[in-house]
Design a binder for this molecule. Structure first.
Ligand code: IMP
Length: 428
């Protein structure tokens, strides 16, 4: 089989959906493999908008088969709502949607724990999405998680498993004067999910084995991004899962040898939700202009995003950690508009950090307490991409911007986004 994965290179919300849209057309199986409903994007089909958080967007194409891999954290209530919303216009059948029984479930106590931790972390607040991601992943690692397969258990066994988990968490809820959770009630809640989800739950390794035997093309839609990776990102201001390249593959159940392409998605600027370092952040009117022009407000939480210049230091490091072979550059139209407003636009190509000029992202900022000072190259901005169909149609200033990124990180840009619609894409 032949596997392509699509990942974000900065802090998420780079527009991975655009690449997924084009690449899924040539894929037999489309897989979501990391994160949970902390991710989200809106798909428009036949004039109807679908806000999706868990189901791969290719599900709207009736010819495609989709899969939710074992590392995805599934809030069953959210998944069911998504499936019901989609099934008003699209056929959602167990034949087309395969969900791994090994996925861990986000249950109500995980969301309560997420809030409790955030409220009590003081200055160490991460600014999570509040979806229960961290507590669910930590229960999984602590081997007290509840998986979708557990929905097949008889009640006494399910209650006993849930009891083991909530028994521990209830001590904390009690200490903070919060309501405690009852294992039996939670088991009853799980059975309401079971009815709807069990027909779709399967061993997704079998699905992959079949794809391999038939030499199929697989597309994996990554979630979140490089700097939000638990291991390689801005710890502790990260998510609790592994959106890096190998995490994206392994989250599906696929070994690295099958991957032929790793497509990294970036924007012509950078944005971040939540707390943590952001060396090229613009905490001024310029940042506000980017936010408005690029509509930088979270799809999942609606929070205004922090905005700044494109950071190629991070991208160079992402290339290695994420295993990138090519790039998709979105918002080239937005950067053109921004140039009209601001005159000069910038790209960060190095940092001055701890007395040195560096080209790769440093990993000890938490202890040096030093924020890298970006070294920029400047461009004369202001271009219009309207009506451009190929790279050659683009204005010289836009081409210079694109060529500079390719040269600085030594990766080809194969998709160029010049508008919000998927149609506004130059494919090279
Ligand atoms: P959590 O994943 O909800 O635990 O949040 C941890 C950090 O990751 C927070 O800063 C979130 O804002 C950020 N985060 C999680 N998912 C996304 C995403 O899909 N896009 C952008 N930021 C995200």
């Amino acid at each position: 089989m032949d596997v392509t994965y699509v990942v974000g290179c900065h802090w998420g919300d780079e527009g991975k959906g655009r690449v997924a849209f084009f690449e899924s057309a040539n894929s037999d199986l489309i897989v979501r493999s990391t994160g949970g409903n902390n991710a989200g994007h809106t798909v428009v089909y036949k004039g109807v908008k679908y806000p999706l958080h868990l189901v791969p967007s290719a599900i709207i194409n009736p010819e495609k088969k989709c899969m939710i891999g074992p590392a995805v954290l599934v809030d069953p209530a959210v998944l069911i709502e998504e499936m019901e919303m989609l099934s008003k216009t699209v056929d959602i059948t167990p034949d087309r949607l395969k969900i791994s029984g090994r996925c861990h479930m986000i249950l109500p106590y995980h969301k309560a724990l997420d809030q409790l931790h955030e409220q009590n972390k003081g200055a160490g607040k991460v600014g999570t999405t509040g979806r229960g991601i961290g507590p669910c992943e930590s229960d999984k690692r602590n081997r007290i998680g509840i998986r979708l397969y557990d929905l097949r258990l008889p009640k006494d066994e399910l209650v006993s498993k849930i009891h083991t988990a909530v028994n521990i968490h209830n001590i904390l809820f009690n200490d903070f004067g919060m309501d405690q959770f009852n294992a039996e009630e939670l088991a009853d809640l799980c059975y309401t999910y079971a009815e709807k989800l069990l027909p779709f739950i399967c061993d997704t390794d079998e699905v992959l084995a079949e794809s391999n035997e038939c030499n199929q093309r697989i597309l994996i839609e990554g979630a979140q991004a490089y700097r939000l990776d638990l291991e390689h990102g801005d710890y502790p201001n990260v998510t609790s899962t592994s959106p890096n390249g190998s995490g994206t593959l392994s989250g599906a159940g696929i070994g690295p040898v099958y991957a032929t392409r790793g497509i990294g998605v970036i924007k012509a600027h950078c944005s971040r939700v939540g707390n943590g370092p952001f060396p090229t952040e613009l905490c001024n009117e310029q940042g506000d202009v980017i936010r408005e022009l690029a509509h930088e407000y979270g799809t999942t939480t609606g929070r205004p995003r922090r905005c700044g210049w494109l950071d190629l230091v991070i991208l160079r490091s992402a290339k290695i950690t994420m295993g990138l072979t090519e790039l998709c550059l979105n918002h080239v139209d937005t950067m053109g508009m921004l140039g009209k407003e601001l005159g000069t636009i910038k790209i960060c190509v190095a940092y001055d950090y701890c007395g040195k000029r560096i080209r790769y992202f440093p990993d000890d900022m938490e202890v040096t307490h030093e924020i890298p000072k970006p070294v920029y190259i400047e461009f004369e901005g202001g271009w219009d991409t309207e009506g451009c169909k190929t790279y050659y149609d683009l204005p010289a200033k836009a081409k210079d911007f694109i060529d500079t990124i390719e040269r600085e990180v030594d990766l080809p840009i194969t998709y160029i986004g010049i508008g919000a619609d998927n149609e506004a894409t130059i494919v090279r």
